[in-house]
Design a protein around this ligand. Structure first.
Ligand code: SAM
Length: 231
């Protein structure tokens, strides 16, 4: 029997209109949708009138779930891997099943679409030819400060994901270690009703951010030391 295919399908990070026609086609035609949370993905599928077998593939059981999913694909099933939002494997589960498929020479096809850091960077006006995407830093302040300290002179834009619970502490540590004059851009709630971009001096952005609600999802981008918005 021929093996199936693993599709890595990007889904919206806020606005459902961002689900691509190709993503819909794959979600409609696949045998199984592998997802983090059946409630989240179930709601997405229902919105588009799709009823599909779902397989839970989430962070805490990725190690155990990957071989099971691999067997399903090897037996000929076509699987669409999604995460709760955005592109699977980008600070989301997926790495293990993709690696296992590659090891077995099984076809893996991405269905490109929303990704928070790419969207944030594209609208930031910060240097974007070359950048470092860090994702989430460890939650402890010491690890964060250590990272900031050792990347103070990094010559490219650095991109982080941060949760609403830690954004205040993140900004406070960044202010201390990168200094008030560093140029930054913080993207909040991209593609959602309360989307906002805060851009400029770290001190001003930090103050503005703290004045607004810190509820929501954030991408923080820190420019290299030499960069300023006005040439
Ligand atoms: N796989 C996703 C992607 O492709 O971007 C990222 C998933 S990660 C678990 C969630 C983090 O991504 C959030 O904490 C936030 O930092 C960022 N994020 C997701 N959606 C966002 C949005 N609409 N606006 C800003 N940041 C977002």
């Amino acid at each position: 029997m021929n093996a199936g295919i693993l599709y890595v399908v990007a889904t919206p990070i806020g606005n459902l209109g961002d689900l691509s026609a190709r993503a819909l086609e794959v979600l409609r035609s696949c045998d199984i949708v592998a997802c983090e949370d059946t409630r989240v993905t179930g709601a997405l599928l229902r919105k588009f009138g799709i009823e599909k077998e779902m397989f839970v593939y989430e962070n805490s059981r990725e190690r155990a779930a990957a071989p099971i999913l691999l067997e399903k694909i090897k037996s000929g099933k076509t699987v669409a891997l999604v995460s709760d939002a955005g592109t699977p494997c980008i600070s989301d589960p997926g790495f293990r099943i993709v690696r296992a498929c590659r090891a077995e020479k099984i076809q893996v096809t991405p269905i490109p679409g929303p990704c928070a850091f790419a969207s944030a960077l594209s609208a930031s006006g910060l240097p974007s030819d070359s950048f470092l995407f860090v994702g989430f830093l460890p939650p402890k302040s010491a690890a964060r400060r250590n990272f900031f300290g050792s990347h103070k002179d990094f010559p490219h834009t650095i991109i982080f994901y941060e949760s609403p619970y830690r954004i205040e502490k993140f900004m406070a540590d960044a202010l201390e270690l990168f200094g008030p004059e560093r140029t930054v851009c913080v993207a909040k709630e991209i593609s959602k009703m309360h989307e906002r971009f805060f851009a400029g001096r770290l001190l001003d952005v930090s103050n503005e951010l703290m004045k607004s609600s810190t509820k929501g999802e954030f991408v923080v981008m820190i420019a290299p030391d030499s960069f300023h918005y006005s040439e």
